[in-house]
Write a protein that binds this ligand. Structure first.
Ligand code: NAP
Length: 494
């Protein structure tokens, strides 16, 4: 490992966690995990297949009857213990996230706290899965509604928040009384295994949480085994829209319940009546977290013609001052991108935009120097005069690139903002109260940031509409995703 060792050695796992045991893959094939800053191999994990997935599903299914029979209070206590273990290992987990994912250490610490907050939240929500008593529709009857766990849940997670995305799926599933099989992304399996180790340490019963790692080439067969498996009752997925659709198609034969947290392509609108300084600040927070590799990252920034120059100038000065470097340097603000494919996509978008008339106000190229000494760094970039012919209008760039589009009226910009199949998040800055309510009502997204660039919270429902998916994570709505509603009707009552 790098100079960041020692990370607590038992958190560095190189095996699947199935039925409470650490096991190598059935095929005995391996996947190497690389540090995106340097490309150096930092660990290896099983490159699993269908047999491993099947064993994990069997373990989760075997653990289910006892787990769902526990009281909500007991499950809450175990989740609180897991939460405490996560916080006690926060520094090690943050280092591990930075090492395999590349985000600066300060941000990785933030991710641990954010992920842990979901575990705590759902420990608290576990005891509030209330049902209903319905006034009887006929004499001599009792009509009741109870909430029951769905059963075995398969969680499939992306690389951009390797701890938080897993925690916000596993915690509500366990709180509801479900058991879990999970497959983390190829690029970031180590954090998921460390989280499983802490669940083991916290005393979660064998089989309640199972983690199976696999390469990108084996993702479809590993997850495919769960899609076809009638024991698995629910798929919860965060990732691209293309894979989300494949999971929906693949689980159609067993009609599983699905939660899909998919791609974003978020608009960020700066109206002429906005506080420009606050809007620049909000965009910096929203855009450059995790080097722009977030699903809610503003992808299209619409600025009113009357304030365009002022906004562009202030923003460019801020972006040009961002420091690019490896996560291990305290001063780094933008780490490496996750892999070379990500850098190629960013470069393709930037070059396409420039060829179609955009101007690079700062950045616009990959970086390699004495500090950012690796293959996957990209300069924080502002592109002026973007238009709708450019690839970055319709595709998520997923990198540190801001594209500025001009607009002239509210009507026009709302139309532009909604002119996408995606509907995850939108942002706008305005000081006009009437406009705030009007525009927030017309934006076709699951989340709207109003004069706010950082809205994520365990207390709030996170999720999209349109091709950004369905289902919500966090808040009181998050638990419902893992519960079935059962209606009990008792008759023959005097
Ligand atoms: P991805 O390629 O869809 O991968 C996500 C997960 O699915 C990974 O574990 C991946 O494994 C797995 N996977 C890939 N192909 C699969 C297949 N055919 N069958 C089953 N599983 C498969 O997405 P990504 O590139 O990692 O993540 C970026 C995307 O996620 C962006 O679009 C972003 O907007 C979205 N995202 C959404 C949210 C949200 O809450 N809405 C949050 C974060 C990210 P491998 O890694 O091995 O390929």
């Amino acid at each position: 490992m790098s100079e960041w060792t020692p990370i607590r050695s038992d958190l560095l796992r190189d095996r699947n966690f199935i039925g409470g045991a650490w096991r190598i893959g059935r095929e005995d094939t391996w996947l190497e995990v690389a540090d995106p800053a340097t490309g150096a191999v930092i660990g290896r994990v099983p490159d699993s297949g269908a047999r491993d997935a099947d064993e994990a599903a069997a373990a989760a299914s075997g653990a289910l009857p006892a787990w769902r029979a526990t009281t909500a209070r007991d499950r809450a206590q175990l989740l609180k213990r897991w939460h405490a273990r996560i916080l006690a290992s926060a520094e090690d987990l943050a280092k591990l996230i930075s090492l395999e994912q590349g985000k600066p250490l300060g941000e990785a610490r933030g991710e641990v706290a954010y992920g842990a907050s979901y575990v705590e939240w759902f420990a608290e929500e576990a005891v509030r899965a209330y049902g209903d008593i319905i006034p009887a529709a006929a004499a001599g009857r009792r009509m009741m509604v109870v909430k029951e766990p769905l059963g075995v849940v398969a969680a499939i997670t992306p690389w951009n928040f390797p701890l938080a995305m897993l925690a916000r799926k596993v915690a509500p599933a366990l709180a509801a009384g479900c058991t879990v099989v999970a497959k983390p992304a190829e690029d970031t399996p180590l954090t998921a295994l460390a989280l499983a180790r802490l669940a083991e340490e916290a005393g979660l019963p064998a089989g309640t949480v199972n983690v199976v790692t696999a390469s990108r080439g084996n993702a479809a067969v590993t997850v495919g085994a769960w899609l076809a498996d009638p024991r698995v009752r629910k798929i919860t997925f965060t990732g691209s829209t293309a894979v989300g659709k494949a999971l929906a198609r693949g689980s159609a034969d067993t009609l599983k319940k699905l939660s899909l947290e998919l791609g974003g392509n978020a608009p960020f609108i700066v109206f002429e009546d906005a506080d420009i300084g606050a809007a620049v600040e909000g965009l910096m927070r929203a855009k450059f977290r995790n080097g722009g590799q977030t699903c809610v990252s503003p992808n299209r920034v619409y600025v009113h013609d009357a304030v365009y120059e002022e906004f562009a100038q202030q923003l460019t000065a801020r972006v040009a001052a961002l420091r690019v470097g490896p996560a291990k340097l305290a001063e780094s603000q933008i780490g490496p991108m996750i892999n070379s494919r990500a850098v190629e996509k960013i470069e393709r978008h930037v070059q396409d935009a420039i060829a179609r008339g955009a101007t690079a106000l700062t950045g616009g190229h990959p970086v390699r120097d004495e500090i950012a000494d690796g293959p996957n760094y990209y300069a924080p970039t502002v592109l002026g005069e973007a238009n709708h012919e450019m690839a970055l209008f319709s595709e998520e760039t997923f990198g540190p690139v801001v594209a500025l589009f001009r607009f002239r009226s509210e009507e026009e910009v709302v139309r532009y903002a909604n002119d996408t199949p995606y509907g995850l998040a939108a942002y706008f800055y305005s000081r006009d109260v009437s406009r705030i309510w009007r525009v927030s009502g017309r934006l076709e997204t699951g989340i709207v940031g109003i004069n706010e660039g950082a809205f994520a919270s365990e207390a709030a429902p996170f999720g999209g509409i349109k091709e950004s998916g369905y289902g919500r994570e966090g808040s009181r709505y998050g638990l419902d995703e893992y519960l079935a509603t059962k209606y009990l009707c008792q008759g023959e009552l005097a």
